[in-house]
Design a protein around this ligand. Structure first.
Ligand code: PHE
Length: 450
């Protein structure tokens, strides 16, 4: 009991939403979503993605919040506490902690590029340059050794700085300022991009589905992207759930988080594709989409200097609030299960993540031999975490909630002890128990068969 009293909690409803939306909205939305949509047929991908968000994502966000709030513990401790003595379930929690490290590794690398881009914007590097020169500059920077690592170190440091302060005075306080700023910047950019000549082609690419393009690759990519974007399947939302107060309505909170996340991804698409089409950049261009297309957009705009700077600051903010939740998964585990102080836990976990992120960054060098499964370590970590670890983690999390956690516990959490959402609880229970596990399993298995 004494331990429960000491547990830090989010201080307000707005604080919870800011922090959880902050976790969900990140490079996954603004950088990865356009890449995935671009590689997987645009509109076709978007339709599948939206289906997955509505049918699986939203219930799964609530599931993780429920597990965390019920247990009042980090992911490892939560699976132990709610498994009524059955051994083995905590593996899901351990995998989540590991997944946190692996995601942080490549996430930090991309976050480093965002800092480099802020720097380039400040010195007005992009001004007057053509696309080929900007792309060349981007590749040259990635191929440097120390500079990318320096930016990565800076990024890890600012994340660790907030995490060391804890929940209400750290994560919550910063998210409450950073998230509204991000939303305002996004909306301004959206309007600007839509005003470009040829913007309509980009919108068509994103919103007009060509159903013949839907195949198993699109399905698994959309599933992986949905899990990645909503921070599912690795314990981040279990951890944040454990800091949510008993009075908060978990269902409305989950809806707000899932829908805001999706809204931001679509906004990012509306910013990036019209610009890409307008400048003749292929939608399959990958990292180039966010990092090179947009400076071109800004180059041609009145006030471009300012917007360029704003955009990259926005990317840093988005990455920062997500990295907080990734770190907090590891830190809460180290504090509660291994009894470290918050300070030590923060130092060890950020140092560990930084070390793996060095490998991810170096693996992108043109002459690098750092590969796994035939991919660079960077791409390998991205694929293994989103398409395998998070989807499997999500699968076992819903199986756990549907089949292992006591029905009474589920209902208590879902309805706040019988005061809210009484009618929804049954439908929800059946989605979690049958539909979600079956759907995830089918998508994963189809991948192997085909
Ligand atoms: N959801 C974050 C993004 O979209 C990434 C993330 C994944 C954060 C898993 C926490 C946990 O960028």
């Amino acid at each position: 009991m004494a331990e429960k009293k000491k547990r830090d909690h989010f201080g307000s409803k707005i604080g919870i939403i800011a922090a959880a939306v902050g976790s969900a909205v990140g490079l996954g939305n603004i950088y990865r979503f356009p890449c995935m949509a671009g590689e997987n047929g645009g509109g076709a991908f978007l339709i599948v993605y939206l289906g997955i968000v509505l049918a699986l994502g939203l219930p799964m966000i609530a599931s993780e919040f429920m597990i965390g709030r019920r247990a009042q513990k980090n992911p490892v401790g939560a699976f132990k506490a709610l498994a009524s003595g059955a051994k083995g379930w905590s593996i899901i929690g351990y995998t989540g902690v590991l997944c946190g490290f692996l995601i942080l590794a490549f996430y930090t690398t991309v976050a480093g590029w965002t800092l480099e881009s802020v720097y380039k914007s400040v010195i007005n590097y992009y001004h007057g340059k053509d696309l080929a020169t900007i792309e060349q500059g981007f590749n040259d920077s990635i191929n440097l050794t120390f500079r990318p690592l320096l930016w990565q170190a800076v990024f890890i440091f600012i994340s660790a700085f907030v995490i060391a302060k804890g929940i209400s005075k750290g994560i919550e306080k910063y998210s409450k300022i950073l998230m509204p700023t991000l939303t305002v910047i996004l909306i301004i950019l959206c309007v600007k991009s839509l005003m470009l000549p040829g913007a309509f082609e980009g919108l068509k690419f994103l919103f007009k589905p060509d159903f013949s393009k839907i195949n198993d690759q699109v399905l698994i990519s959309a599933l992986g992207q949905a899990f990645f974007s909503m921070s599912l399947g690795m314990g981040a939302l279990i951890t944040y759930g454990s800091y949510i107060s008993k009075e908060d309505n978990l269902v409305t909170t989950s809806l707000t988080v899932g829908l805001s996340d999706t809204f931001v991804a679509i906004l990012a698409g509306i910013i990036i594709f019209p610009a890409a089409f307008s400048f003749g950049i292929q939608p399959e261009a990958g990292p180039s989409l966010a990092f090179n297309t947009l400076p071109m957009l800004f180059n041609q705009m009145k006030g471009g200097y300012l917007f360029c700077l704003l955009f990259f600051i926005l990317l840093v903010i988005a990455a920062w609030t997500s990295a907080l939740s990734l770190l907090e998964v590891i830190v809460s585990y180290l504090i509660e299960e291994l009894k470290l102080s918050r300070r030590k836990a923060t130092i060890y976990s950020s140092a560990g993540a930084f070390i793996i992120s060095i490998l991810a960054a170096l693996s992108l060098h043109n002459d690098s031999s750092l590969t796994i499964f035939g991919l660079t370590i960077f791409d390998g970590l991205d694929k293994i975490t989103s398409m395998v670890m998070m989807t499997l983690g999500g699968l076992f999390t819903v199986i756990f909630l549907g089949w292992k956690v006591k029905r009474q516990d589920f209902e208590n959490e879902f309805t706040n002890g019988g005061t809210v959402n009484m009618r929804l609880r049954k439908i929800f229970y059946y989605i979690i128990k049958f539909i979600a596990p079956a759907a995830i399993a089918v998508i994963m298995v189809s991948q192997f068969i085909i």
